[in-house]
Design a protein around this ligand. Structure first.
Ligand SMILES: [Zn+2]
Length: 348
C-alpha cells in the first residue's frame, strides 16, 4: 500500500472526525427501546437496566470483566498469511481486513490474554464479533492454538469467550480447516489435565459452534444468547416445522442439556472463577486439613479389599477422608506386618 493510504488518509480522517454529539451519549436498548445514558450502561456492563438485555461487548471489555485487576498480560497473536486465496467479492478481502482493523484496532477477530480469574491462573481467548462478525480464519485458528499452548505452559485453565458468525468465508477451505485445528489444540489441554471453560455469548453460530465452542468441560452462556449451528430460518425451511419458543437461546439449551450454566454478566467472573478454582484445585486454604500422618496401612482396609476381591490399596497412598466434617489427610507408608499377621489368624 502506498503512503497515501497508510499515512495521508488516516490523518485526514482524524482531522474531520466529528466530536461526540449528545445523541452518542445515549443508547437505545434493542430489546425494550429504553434510552440509557452511556455511563449508566457502562456501569451495568452493557446490560440494559430496564429489561436485562445483554448487549454485545468487545474483547477489551471482556478482559476487563473477567481478569483480576492488574493480572492481565496481553498475548501477541501469531502472524499468518493474509488472503492466501486472493479472494474478492464486492470488495477485496485484504480491504475488508483493513477496514475491520481500522474500526476495531485488533489484528484479527481473536484476542488472548493471560492472568488470573478470582485468583485462579487462566488464559482467556475472546472472539470479537465487531471484527468481521467474529469469523474464524487462519489467524483465529493460529491464535487459538497459541493461547492453548500458553495455558499449558502456565499450567493455567483455558477460557474461550465466543461470539461468532462461523467460518470466515473469504478463506474458503482454509477457514474450515481451523475447526479440526482448534479441536486438536484442545487435545493439548486435555493431555496436560487442564480445564477448558467456554463462555458462549450472543451469537455463537456456524463453524465456531461446530468446533471449539461446544467442547468446554464446563459450558457457560450469557442469558438469551443465540447459540446454534444453522440459523432458525434455515432449520425451519429444512424440516418444515414450527420451532419451539426460545429455540437456540441459552435458557432453552440449558433445559435441553447443551449447557451447564447460564450466568448473568455481573456474576460471570465469580462463576468462571469458582469453576476454575474447583477444577484446578487451587482453593485449598479454606478447608481444615489436618497434618499429614504417616501411618501403616490399616489392616481393615486390606481385609475389606480382599473381601471385595480387589487388590489392597497400594502403600504410600495419600488417603483423604471426611470425618466429623473435617478433612483428614493421611499417608500410609506400608502394611504393618504384625497387624496383618494377626488379622490373617483372626479375621474378626
Ligand atoms: Zn432493555
Amino acid at each position: 500500500m502506498s503512503w497515501l493510504d497508510n499515512y495521508v488518509r488516516p490523518r485526514i480522517q482524524q482531522l474531520v472526525r466529528r466530536a461526540p454529539s449528545p445523541q452518542d451519549l445515549w443508547r437505545q436498548c434493542d430489546d425494550c427501546a429504553q434510552m440509557i445514558f452511556h455511563r449508566d450502561l457502562e456501569q451495568a456492563m452493557m446490560v440494559c437496566p430496564n429489561c436485562g438485555n445483554h448487549m454485545r461487548i468487545g474483547a477489551e471489555q471482556r478482559f476487563k470483566l473477567l481478569l483480576d485487576d492488574g493480572s492481565r498480560e496481553d498475548m501477541i497473536m501469531p502472524e499468518v498469511a493474509l488472503d492466501p486465496l486472493k479472494f474478492r467479492d464486492q470488495k477485496r478481502y485484504t480491504d475488508r481486513l483493513k477496514d475491520a482493523h481500522n474500526k476495531n484496532g485488533a489484528g484479527d477477530a481473536l484476542k488472548a490474554a493471560s492472568g488470573t480469574i478470582e485468583g485462579a491462573p487462566a488464559v482467556v481467548a475472546v472472539l470479537d464479533f465487531s471484527f468481521m462478525g467474529g469469523s474464524m480464519g487462519a489467524a483465529v485458528g493460529a491464535g487459538f492454538l497459541a493461547a492453548v499452548q500458553k495455558a499449558v505452559e502456565n499450567k493455567a485453565g483455558f477460557v474461550a469467550v465466543t461470539a461468532s458468525g462461523g467460518a470466515r468465508m473469504q478463506e474458503g477451505i482454509l477457514s474450515l480447516m481451523q475447526m479440526p485445528r482448534t479441536v486438536a489444540a484442545l487435545g493439548l489441554l486435555k493431555d496436560a489435565g487442564l480445564p477448558y471453560i467456554t463462555v458462549l455469548t450472543d451469537p455463537t453460530t456456524g463453524g465456531v459452534s461446530a468446533s471449539f465452542a461446544m467442547l468446554g468441560d464446563v459450558a457457560i452462556a450469557e442469558p438469551a444468547a443465540a447459540i446454534g449451528f444453522a440459523g432458525q430460518r434455515v432449520i425451519k425451511e429444512t424440516i418444515g416445522q414450527t420451532l419451539p419458543d426460545g429455540f437456540q437461546r441459552a435458557e432453552y439449551l440449558l433445559d435441553h442439556g447443551m449447557l451447564d450454566i447460564v450466568s448473568p454478566r455481573d456474576e460471570l467472573k465469580a462463576t468462571v472463577g469458582r469453576v476454575l478454582n474447583l477444577l484446578l484445585q487451587t482453593e485449598v486454604e479454606d478447608e481444615p486439613v489436618q497434618e499429614l500422618v504417616i501411618a501403616p496401612l490399616p489392616v481393615e482396609a486390606v481385609i475389606a479389599a480382599e473381601e471385595q476381591g480387589e487388590a489392597p490399596p497400594p502403600t504410600d497412598t495419600e488417603v483423604t477422608s471426611l470425618e466429623d466434617g473435617v478433612f483428614v489427610e493421611a499417608k500410609y507408608s506400608e502394611v504393618d506386618p504384625e497387624a496383618a499377621k494377626k488379622a490373617d489368624e483372626d479375621p474378626r
